[in-house]
Design a protein around this ligand. Structure first.
Ligand SMILES: Nc1nc2c(c(=O)[nH]1)N(C=O)[C@@H](CNc1ccc(C(=O)N[C@@H](CCC(=O)O)C(=O)O)cc1)CN2
Ligand SMILES: Nc1ncnc2c1ncn2[C@@H]1O[C@H](COP(=O)(O)OP(=O)(O)OP(=O)(O)O)[C@@H](O)[C@H]1O
Length: 215
């Protein structure tokens, strides 16, 4: 034991672990609060936010990607009162984009992405999230990440599985990632940990809240 070597020995790893536990506990509580707040919004409030965000993502895409035709992006199938972007995803398909949904292939593994269309067969994946039943796995050029919470430094709070961080850590080249969520889900900081990867852009119904300088 370090304390047996010298009573004033400072073990940085032990301190980090304690801090990491505190942060994990705090995140769990904030997640629960933010999810309850989101659930408490009316369907029409969430729909209005989703519509505004869809228009804003279109503007962002037009600035960053001269040609949407052939662009492969990832989105999400809404769960837990997440913003529903499906009508907008259909409009992207009509414009020639490829839309994928994330698939949890195993707990604690990076996400895979499978092509999605409104008429593709869906099955229930991990945590009962609907995922395309089959079809090729592809790597998106652009990832849209749903936010439970976010901070002005570009960090994302999700459901606590660490999936997006693990995925962005292994994809090479790393796709551009836009975090999408409600303005009311802002946190002063998520107390970023070594595994947390800042997103390139954070977008809410109120506009761009964070943009990495060279993104
Ligand atoms: N719609 C949607 N699909 C998505 C995501 C998402 O955020 N939204 N994900 C984005 O990454 C991945 C799934 N991530 C998930 C991570 C954790 C849990 C979950 O239920 N976790 C446990 C608690 C975990 C813990 O605290 O240790 C729970 O809530 O009971 C669900 C989904 C892939 N698909
Ligand atoms: N690259 C990684 N390698 C190993 N473990 C990781 C990695 N990224 C995250 N984790 C682990 O995942 C756990 C949850 O992380 P975190 O609280 O950041 O989840 P989240 O971003 O809210 O979840 P999600 O992305 O699934 O919505 C942490 O215990 C963390 O150690």
């Amino acid at each position: 034991m370090a304390c047996e070597i010298a009573p004033d020995y400072f073990d940085p790893l032990a301190v980090d672990q304690e801090q990491a536990r505190d942060v994990a506990r705090w995140r769990k509580a904030e997640r629960a609060r933010l999810l309850a707040d989101r659930q408490a919004l009316s369907v029409s409030q969430r729909r209005a936010a989703a519509d505004m965000i869809a228009a804003r993502v279109d503007t962002l895409l037009a600035e960053r990607f001269p040609n949407i035709d052939g662009l492969t992006l990832s989105a999400w199938w809404p769960i837990k009162a997440e913003l529903n972007l499906r009508p907008w995803l259909e409009s992207l398909l009509a414009r020639g984009a490829n839309v994928t949904l994330p698939v949890v292939t195993a707990p604690s593994a990076p996400l895979a992405f499978r092509l999605w269309t409104p008429d593709c067969r869906m099955v229930q994946g991990f945590w009962k999230i609907p995922v395309p039943a089959d079809g090729p796995e592809v790597v998106p050029d652009l990832t849209l990440a749903p936010l439970v919470g976010w901070d002005p430094a570009g960090f994302r709070l999700g459901y606590g599985g660490g999936y997006f961080d693990r995925t962005l850590a292994v994809l090479s080249p790393r796709p551009m990632t836009i975090g999408i969520g409600l303005q009311s889900a802002r946190l002063a900081t998520i107390f970023p940990q070594p595994h947390d990867i800042a997103l390139d852009v954070i977008l809410t119904e109120a506009g761009v809240q964070y943009e990495q300088k060279d993104a």
